[in-house]
Structures are given as C-alpha cells and as structure tokens.
Design a protein around this ligand. Sequence first.
Ligand code: ATP
Ligand code: LTN
Length: 335
Amino acid sequence: MDDGSKKRVFSGVQPTGKVTLGNYLGAIKNWTPLQEQYECLFCVVDLHSLTVTQVPAELRKNTMDLVALYIACGLDPNKSALFIQSHVHEHAELAWILDTIAYVGELNRMTQFKDKSRKHADNINMGLMNYPVLMASDILLYNADLIPVGKDQVQHVELTRDLAQRFNARYSDTFVVPEALLNKAGQSIKSLQDPTAKMSKSDPNDNAIISLTDDADTIRRKLRRAVTDSDTCVRHGADKPAISNLLNVYSLCSGLSIADAEKIFEGKGYGVFKDAVADAVISVVSPIQEEQKRLLADKAYLEGVLKQGAEQAESIARKTLSKVYRKVGLIPRIR
Ligand code: ATP
Ligand code: LTN
C-alpha cells in the first residue's frame, strides 16, 4: 500500500468451489506484476458467492483456501491489501446507496444474470440480480482506477462506470470512473469439453475444468480426454476452437509463443501435443499447490494477513462511505 500517488487496482474472485486454471491464467496470474507498479487491493468476495446456494462449512473452507491461493500465486501481503469482503462492512452499505441509482432494466440485461438465472432457475434471488451493484460498490469504495478481470466481467465494469458517472452527475464529483484491465491472452480459457463455453468453477462436469487442486495424474487424464477439432493438425485458428484453446493454455504455461508452439508440434499429432500441454500445466500448478498447502497449515499467519488487509481496506472504505452518506443527505452520527 502506498501514499496515494500511484494508481489504484482492485479485483476479486468468489470463493465458490475449486479455482480453475481459467481463473488463474485469466485473472490471478495477471495481478502479481501489478503489485510492483500500483497500489493494489485483492479481495475474496464472499458476499457475492452467497448469490448461489452455499453450504456454510464449504464456504468457510473455500474462503480460506482462496486466501492461501492468492498468496501462493504470488500476491504479497506486504505489497497489496489482501482481505475478505465481508470483513469490511462498507461494501454492503455502499451497495445499498448504489442500488437506489441502479435501474431494474439495466440489471435485468446483464449477461451473467441471465446465464445464472438459467442455471439456477430454482433460486433467482434478488442478490443474483444485485450482484453487479455489489461489485460496483467493491470498486467505487476504493476509487480504484484499474480493474483486472477476464472478458466475462467487462460488462460489470461498464455498469460500474455508468453508476459512478450517474452518481457524480447527481451529487457532484465523488467517484473515480474505473477502467477494466484486460489481459489479452488469458482473457477466456475455454472448457475442455466444449471450447465454445468458458472454463467455469461451477461447471458440473469436472472433466471440463482443470482445478488448481487437481493432482498431476488428474490433469494429464483430463487433458488427454479434452475434445479436439476434426483434422489432426496443431494449429491456432477460428476454425479450430478446441486446439486453439489448448495452444493458448500451453503458451501461457510454458512461456513460449503460440507460433513457436505450432512449429514444435508440426506433424506430431494430438497425443504428443496433449501430453506436452499437461507437462506445462503441471509445472505451473504443482509449486502453487505445495505453497498453498504450507500456508493453510499456518492459520495464525493467514489470520494476521487478513487482519492487516481488512484494516488497510477499511481505512479507505470508511472515508468514501462517509463522503457518500454526506452527499446524499444523510446526517452524520455524533459520537
Ligand atoms: P463461477 O463459475 O462461480 O461463476 P468463475 O469460474 O466464472 O466462477 P469468478 O469468481 O466469477 O469465476 O471469476 C474470477 C475471475 O476469473 C474473473 O476476473 C473472471 O473474469 C476470471 N475468469 C473466470 N473464468 C475465466 C476463464 N475461463 N478464462 C479467463 N478468465 C476467467
Ligand atoms: N464478479 C467478479 C468478482 C468480483 C470482482 C469485484 C472483480 C466481485 N467484485 C470487483 C473485480 C472487481 C467475478 O469475477 N465473477
């Protein structure tokens, strides 16, 4: 954390199950270098995860697993504020104020709301519809400038911009209008079973995703079973969505360019290629798993990180919320 001269970065992941290779390559991996340049806050957004049914004990476990994973992936508590969303109550409070300027029509149009309503037709709760407003609250509370997310979240950042501008126009300049920071290569890692769909934590088909908790044998087996395209050539292209996805994963995990990878696997066939993708993925995932395991065994350390992170976040959030309360006409409490 810094003195305010650097641009501020905010992002988060929901503790909803096993974090996938998509989450890692599309989001968390890209956060670590930002710590050197920006003032960063990285959050485990537990309140968001309540929008789909959770088993309380699992939510608790997933939350701590994700905190440990953040650190294992290279987020450094001495450089960034790492915290749990529900530890800073201002997130829920600002969401209420933003709710009063968000229109039902615009929330109803959100792609993720429509997708999740279809997937969870028995539980289309108000929280699911409100999800993007809580996300806007996460971002605007800290006046974050840059929001590193995958492509699927850009629409929510756009809504955040709209809400910030609407509030600023109605109540005078208050919020920074944030921008999404997209990492081109990792912006959408696809399902191993359906390369037209994104790899998603909540996919009921376990073979479609590589979880960061999968062991080496499981990773290899899932990659061997991954669907392929009609010919046998290892080439990137719009007509080859499945192999393009695997090439993308290979390139991001090995550090080689896609063009170099195409040359290496020229004439080699899918079997050899898939094994090489597995080797590359395992070489990235294994050290993260070991470090996560080590961290989870040190509960006192993790609690210390979370305490410090929440304090850093709260000191910013408190100021923003009281400014907002004042601007909309609420009377400050006398203490
Ligand atoms: P869920 O299945 O519960 O909706 P998810 O896998 O989509 O979860 P989120 O917690 O919604 O994960 O997303 C965390 C971050 O990971 C976001 O920045 C999102 O854009 C990014 N992300 C998620 N899936 C992918 C993917 N397949 N490729 C690239 N980035 C992704
Ligand atoms: N909706 C995001 C998670 C999220 C987030 C945020 C991301 C919640 N609040 C604020 C960036 C900034 C998702 O990835 N599903």
